[in-house]
Design a protein around this ligand. Sequence first.
Ligand SMILES: Cc1cc2nc3c(=O)[nH]c(=O)nc-3n(C[C@H](O)[C@H](O)[C@H](O)COP(=O)(O)O)c2cc1C
Length: 374
Amino acid sequence: MKDSLVRSRNKISRGIYQGILKPAFFRADPESMHDRMTETGIFLGNHKLGIKIAKGLFDYQNPSLEQNLHGIHFKNPVGLSAGFDKDGKLTGILPAIGFGFAEIGSVTGRECAGNPKPRLWRLPEERSLVVHYGLKNEGCEKVAKRLAGKHFEIPIGASIAMTNCPENLDAEKAIKDYVLAFRALEPFASYLAVNISCPNAEGGQPFSDPKFLDVLLSALDKEKRHCPVFLKLSPDISEEQTDGILACAEAHKVDGIICTNLTKRRMPISAGHRGMRGGLSGKAVEGLSNQMLSYVYRKAGKRFILIGSGGIWNAQDAYKKIRLGASLVEMITGMIFEGPQLISEINQELAELLKKDGFKNISEAVGVDNSISN
Ligand SMILES: Cc1cc2nc3c(=O)[nH]c(=O)nc-3n(C[C@H](O)[C@H](O)[C@H](O)COP(=O)(O)O)c2cc1C
């Protein structure tokens, strides 16, 4: 489809989403809406016509956005972050929405009901969500069965975490849990993301401590793997702690770093009064994520592939992360606030920004506003 047609199509989609769909969606309870969106996505992804219609509405391709990283082909750098497709049910429809890749999960060793409801809130003024799901998912066995034998049109990463339960306060048991999920999903995933930074699980984030992380990564090193492994960091840790994690990751079989998960540091006081608790996404985490991304690229950009996540609302936001050092970017909240055409809008404008700045390919722009320190 010609660029001018894509632009007009996206403008119409944006108008419909902002004017009609979003006001209706935002009146509903956020978690029920999330569930309904998942059901709609499953339905569309199960029907050839559904996929065709979605492609017609959202597809955009441009060779300047393509990359090969660790032998994986990405048709564009914009992915879905972990937490939207928790159980890998949307792998049929996500490529048609225009994503270059998608990260399912986080999936844990055992099925997990998550934290009590309510556990998801919108903060329209802050352009953020408050998330307190607590790793709700169907468990690695069920998700692996769902993925088995499927052909994916885009790379599908699997985010793994430890089951959110009291037994996993024992580090040894928690590591066994990670290993279960790793083993179950490794055969089907294009990459694995080890989530050590969920802000809503019982016992906090013990593996953000390099001492415990070292034991976890040693266990994962022993597992068979055909795909790269990423580590997802919290935006709330100090530079000293980040240094410790990077040193530990360098000593193990880690190929990339995801910057970042949700933040607990930016909760507005009014949200606390309304009973909200959890981690914040969207614009509330963007600055912290970018700081972390920039720091990790400077410290270890030669060694790791970086994925930037947090607060992407438009192509400029995505481009900023790329220029700071991210080879790929991921999002959820921007899509919920701006509409599903956002992926295509970002990709189209990214291609224009690259051209304007004289880059033939997205990989040439990675890290140009930053420098690797050694
Ligand atoms: C509803 C929701 C659920 C999430 N669940 C997970 C999760 O299970 N695992 C994970 O690593 N990150 C999870 N996240 C964090 C996102 O993957 C992402 O890092 C964060 O939201 C920042 O991106 P955004 O501002 O584009 O949403 C979740 C985020 C949201 C909004």
